[in-house]
Every structure is written in C-alpha cells, then in structure tokens.
Write a protein that binds this ligand. Structure first.
Ligand SMILES: [Zn+2]
Length: 539
C-alpha cells in the first residue's frame, strides 16, 4: 500500500524529468471495452464433475447443539466444470514452480454474486496440511471483510470437517474465527473442510481506504473469503493492524475460484481466467491462481482496458472511459517497471498483471497479480509524478509481498521500505541516476528529517501499530527506504543486487523474515551489514 500523504512532497519532482510526457511503447493497442466474450478452456481439459458436485456432507447429530446460523437460501449453483491444469496461471517456463510448494493450502471457492452486486453466497472447500512440528488444536481463519464495522462483512453459516460440523469461535472484532472439530491436527495431517458463508458488499465504503466497496463503476473484493493466516515460529498470526497497515500475512496457495455473476460485468481477478460459461443473463467464470497468497477480484461494467503483450505475459490497464490517456500512460509505466524489476530482482512468473483504477483513498494497493491505483491520481494532472511513483511502487509489490511474502503487520518495513527503494530503482533505470537521487533526497530524506523533528528518531522496523498514521509513513516508507541506500553505498551495486536476486530465489513463494534479508546482504558482500540494520531498522 502507499498512502497519498506523500503527494505534496513529490510535487517538487514534477518540475524535473518525470513531468515530461512519456512516449508509449509501440506495442500498446487500446482495446474497447467490454471486450467480446470468448469461451476459454485450458488445452487438454476434460469435463469432469467438480468437487462442488458432491452431495453436502451429512451433519453430525452430536454437534447439532452448536445451532449454526441458517444456511443461505440461495446456495451456490452446482455445475459440472472442466478440470483446469493447476499451472494455468504460470508462464510456461515457470510451470514447474508449483513443485516448489510442499503441502500447500488449496482453496476451491464458488461465489454466487447477486444481480445487484450487494451480496455473495460463498462455498469454499479447503485443504490444509499441518506443516508445523506440533499438533494444532483446530485452525484459524481470517475474516478481513469484517475489518470495518457497519461496512459490509462476512458471516460464516457452517463449517463441515468431514462429516462433522465444526465449532466456530469469533474474536478480534469478528476478524478471526477459530475452528475446532473435537480432534487435533497432527503434524503432516490433512484437514478437509467445507465452509458456507455470505458476504455483504458495502456501498461507497469509506473504511480502510475504501478498499472493499461497491460503487457505480467498480466493485472491489479484496480477501473477502475465509483465509488461513501464516503459522510461523511465533505461531498463528491473528493481529489486526490499524487501518493504515496491510493485513494479509499468508502462505502461497492454490486457488480455483468460480464466480457466478451478472454477465454484463467483467471480472478482473488474481490469476487466469480458464473457463467462461454463459447461462441467460449470468456468466460463470473460473480462475486459477497459483502460487498466490491471496485472491483479489473486481467487477465492472464501466472500465475500459488496454493491454501490452510481453511474450507470454499480458499486462492490462483498466481505467474509466474519460481517463483513457492516463490509463495508457499507467500501462506504459507498469510495463517498464516490470522490465526493470525482472532485470534487477528476478522473473515475474505469472501470465498476467492487471493494473486497475479504483476508488481507493490510498495511493494504491497491492494484491497478487493485481495492483490498484487511486482514481484521483488519474484525474489530477498536477499529480502525474506521484501517479507514476504509485504505479511503480505497487508493481514492485509483486516481488516484495506477492512472490516473497512477509509479516506485513509486525515487520511492515520488510516489504514497504524495500518497495520504496525498488521504485527509485525504476526511476534510476528509466530516467537516470540523477532523477532517482532527487526522489531519494526530496522524498525519503525529507520524510525522515520531518519524522525525526516531530517524533524523535524512531526505528523503521516497528510493527504498524507502534506508529501513528503519519509516523508510519515517515519512518517505514522514508527512513526504511534510506536503509537500502546505506547498504548499497557500503557493499556496492554488484553485491547489493546479487543479494536481492539471491533473496528472490531463496524465498520465492515463501515467507521471509528480517534476518533472511540481512543474511542475503551479508552473504553476497562478505561483509556484515548488521550495524547498518541496527542503525536504520533497529529491531
Ligand atoms: Zn506499498
């Protein structure tokens, strides 16, 4: 995520090289929207009954006293679907990447979106393997749709574990559900569960930067389903940060998601569309997303799109019709940022990346395979340089958040500060070192100086909740980014970028800890950067 408070600071930059209109690459071909619908099926797919076609498990009479909420009356439709290849989301040269996962969590979801887009009936099949070395007394689910009280939410009606109805205990303002079924889950043991739920989608929501909302031009669905949080050496992660922090800390998983929605809406989601089936005025679309740690979806009958094809990777920019010129510029920035990060850090393994103009009041927000940028940046010509910065920032999160995961709640610097620095690497490689240095000076150093004057010299490595909203920006996004410049100055360009490439390779689809990044710099340089780490990050 990137907060918009930095806009004023970056305006100083707009007089420099970044303000010049950027020529578009010749490969950009605007596509009118909505695009004609095509029936897609993966090559070699055979039609098989889906897991959703199985009969609902019988309730365990012994658990009947749990008196669950009544089942939704409009249960998701049961329709046979072709079985897609699970590597449909990956570019061919990375099709073996799924083998890097071990006992990964699998989500098979079906969402039935109401005609007015106000509600979703969801059914979710979950396969979770206990990868810890101790028995688990149940599992936890995160319910982030409940993060803003009175603005939509998710209600779980029932969870079946095999034949048994599970006991559900909510906590943390209903953002956490503990699920127990009377037995422990032993190390290496597999849990198979079916979850029925209803999601209410809030209209014109204001909470959490309007990230979960239904407007007359776009409906956004960020992590609206029950998500299994990361379980690391500190155990389950159930913390809820203040609303200026990102919430997801989860393992790379396999998603098979079927969304049944009014046919007039296009769906922009994590992963790849592998099948479309029209039934009257409804359209069923199936997406495969893997390995991804989160699944994001957006519905629109207003946005238009333009795409660039980079070999087997499609980058698409979605924008309001009146913002077509800015949508094309954003595509150019995203394509170029992607090229810089692939060269500097490692390849982007997925078949597509979607950049979406959204009503968010943050500068932008990142999801696996999807980045969003605030509509007001498309519409305010005075903010062009920040618009470019925000776009490059959110694209960098595909490397540091989506591909390499981390604890965004307790160690927000590990992705945000690195993404801030990566953004200046984009400016450096595209416009030259002087431009990048100007951003580091005018933005990061100024933020840090203001922060020190206002709050004292706080470390950049604190949990989100240790800062107020303003200090979070100044220390994590400003001071934290300067740590990376200090490391680069000490160990040199070669070791600095080699360390980040090694970090990418080692933690691709995994979750990294701060010590892992420090170790990568130490090993690549043969030096010990711990004193720099303590001085800047200070944890
Ligand atoms: Zn960010």
């Amino acid at each position: 995520m990137l907060r918009q408070i930095v806009i004023l600071l970056l305006l100083a930059l707009s007089a420099s090289a970044c303000a010049a209109p950027t020529p578009l690459p010749p490969t950009v071909t605007p596509t009118p929207s909505p695009a004609p619908l095509a029936t897609m099926a993966p090559a070699g797919a055979t039609v098989l009954p889906s897991d959703f076609g199985q009969a609902r498990p019988t309730l365990d009479p012994n658990a009947a006293s749990a008196s669950p909420a009544p089942l939704p009356t409009a249960a998701p439709a049961v329709t046979p679907l072709a079985a897609p290849s699970m590597d449909a989301a990956l570019r061919p040269q990375f099709s073996k990447d799924l083998d890097k996962l071990e006992n990964e969590t699998r989500y098979v979801m079906q969402w039935d979106v109401s005609d007015d887009l106000a509600e979703i009936q969801g059914r979710q099949q979950l396969r979770y393997v206990n990868r810890a070395n101790q028995a688990l007394d149940g599992i936890y689910l995160r319910l982030f749709a409940n993060a803003t009280p009175d603005e939509g939410g998710i209600e779980i009606h029932q969870i079946m574990v095999g034949e048994r109805q599970a006991d559900i205990t909510l906590s943390q303002n209903d953002t956490v559900a503990h699920v127990a079924w009377g037995k422990t889950l032993e190390p290496g043991q597999t849990l198979e569960a079916t979850i029925d739920y209803t999601v209410k989608i809030p209209k014109n929501a204001k909470g959490r930067y309007s990230d979960f909302t239904r407007t007359d031009w776009l409906t956004t669905l960020p992590t609206i389903y029950p998500l299994i949080p990361a379980y690391d050496d500190k155990g389950w992660h159930l913390e809820m940060p203040p609303e200026y922090g990102d919430v997801v800390y989860a393992d790379s998983s396999v998603y098979d998601v079927t969304i049944n929605a009014p046919a007039e809406y296009q769906i922009i989601a994590s992963g790849e569309l592998v099948q479309e089936t029209r039934q009257g005025n409804r359209m069923m679309r199936r997406f495969i997303a893997a390995p991804m740690r989160d699944f994001d979806a957006n519905l629109t009958n207003v946005l238009e799109k333009t795409s660039t094809q980079l070999d087997d990777l499609t980058v698409t920019s979605w924008y309001k019709p009146e913002d077509a010129a800015q949508g094309a510029r954003a595509l150019d920035w995203a394509v170029n940022a992607l090229g810089v990060y692939e060269k500097r850090f490692g390849p982007y393994p997925f078949r597509s990346l979607d950049l979406i103009e959204t009503p968010t009041t943050a500068g932008g927000i990142e999801y696996p395979g999807v980045v969003t940028v605030a509509s007001n940046l498309y519409q305010d010509a005075g903010q062009t340089s920040f618009f470019e910065f925000a776009t490059a920032h959110e694209v960098a999160h595909q490397w540091f958040y989506s591909i390499i995961g981390s604890d965004q709640v307790n160690h927000p610097w590990l992705d945000e500060a690195l993404v801030q620095y990566a953004t200046t690497v984009y400016f450096e490689d595209r416009y030259g070192l002087a431009v990048a240095q100007q951003i580091r000076r005018d933005y990061f150093e100024r933020q840090y100086e203001e922060g020190k004057a206002q709050y004292g010299n706080l470390p950049a490595g604190l949990p989100v909740e240790a800062y107020d909203e303003d200090a979070y920006s100044k220390f994590v996004y400003g001071k934290g980014a300067l740590f990376f410049q200090a490391v680069r100055d000490q160990i040199g360009d070669d070791a600095f970028f080699r360390a980040l490439q090694n970090y990418y390779r080692e933690f691709k689809y995994q979750n990294a800890q701060p010590r892992d990044l420090v170790r990568a710099f130490n090993q690549a340089s043969g030096q010990d950067i711990t004193p720099l780490y303590l001085a800047w990050i200070g944890q």
